[in-house]
Write a protein that binds this ligand. Structure first.
Ligand code: ADP
Ligand code: MG
Length: 264
């Protein structure tokens, strides 16, 4: 919708620097547990533009989660720099970094991490209530976010009453309710069968693309990974190369499909 695109553009002014929203420069990360050191990332260089959807693929243990955690500032790097929207996140103090994450980033994980005693709407409005949004506005925004995930009918249901795919869509609605500039997703479809995985990913990417959000998606499912604009291949803590996703090869299937779902 035009109104949504326009407001998205006004809100997210171009970042300082060379226009990349995410920039990793020679990032290394080692885990040191006394007798054993694991070099989880070994010199990662990666640049992501505003509005780009990038998937990160590679075998289990190759460093995908570590990369996501280091790029989003959830974890510290051992060497190198991570620049997000022109800011070197290692130079931010803890409070500023936490605030930056809360305002600018959304997260989706493999485990849906919903609060079991809360309804879908209550789960989605939680991040807004933890900020300074009034309860009535939070409820309205939660309903809006659930609607983008084709879940408004389920707003009063608790997680246990919903399927895995529906629960993950609630978690995505919660991640998107703040209209984050950057969305990080770590194996968001890891617990779903392929038809559900593709439905969830198409909804997620449909909303993200319509809002010009930057999305980094970790997945080991090639069908899910191919929905991105760009697929980055990792192994043993390094980037081996990258290829274009489906959307860069032809018309965006994700957008078409999610539009169809939303209007049904
Ligand atoms: P992936 O997400 O690709 O499966 P991870 O980023 O989780 O891989 O892990 C990369 C490597 O770092 C693995 O060898 C893993 O065992 C190791 N690792 C991850 N987290 C920790 C940690 N907190 N402490 C020690 N080693 C870790
Ligand atoms: Mg992982």
């Amino acid at each position: 919708m035009a109104a949504r695109t326009n407001s998205g553009k006004t809100k997210r002014a171009a970042p300082a620097g060379d226009g990349y929203v995410i920039e990793a420069r020679a990032v290394s990360k080692s885990y040191d547990s006394g007798k054993l050191t694991v070099d989880a990332l070994r010199g990662i260089d990666l640049k992501v533009k505003r509005g780009e959807v990038v998937s990160v693929m590679g075998p289990s243990g190759c460093g995908k989660t570590t990369l996501l955690n280091c790029l989003s500032g959830l974890d510290d790097v051992t060497a190198g720099n991570v620049i997000i929207e022109g800011k070197d996140i290692a130079r931010l103090d803890d409070d500023t970094r936490t605030d930056f994450r809360a305002r600018r980033m959304g997260f989706v994980f493999q485990a849906y991490n919903l609060m079991p005693v809360l309804t879908a709407a209550e789960n989605v409005e939680l991040p807004l209530l933890l900020g300074d949004v009034s309860p009535s506005k939070a409820r309205a925004k939660a309903h809006e976010a659930l609607e983008t995930m084709a879940l408004l009918k389920w707003k009063d249901h608790k997680p246990a009453e919903m399927s895995g795919g529906q629960q993950q869509r609630v978690a995505i609605a919660r991640a998107l309710v703040n209209d984050p500039a950057i969305l990080w997703a770590d194996e968001p479809t890891g617990n779903l069968d392929t038809p559900n995985a593709l439905k969830v990913i198409d909804l997620l990417l449909g909303v993200g693309r319509s809002r010009h959000q930057t999305i980094v998606l970790v997945t080991h499912d090639p069908k899910v990974g191919a929905r991105a604009d760009r697929v980055v291949m990792m192994d043993s803590g390094r980037i081996l190369g990258e290829e274009k996703g489906d959307s860069a090869r032809g018309p965006p299937p994700a957008l078409k499909r999610s539009d169809a779902t939303d209007s049904s």
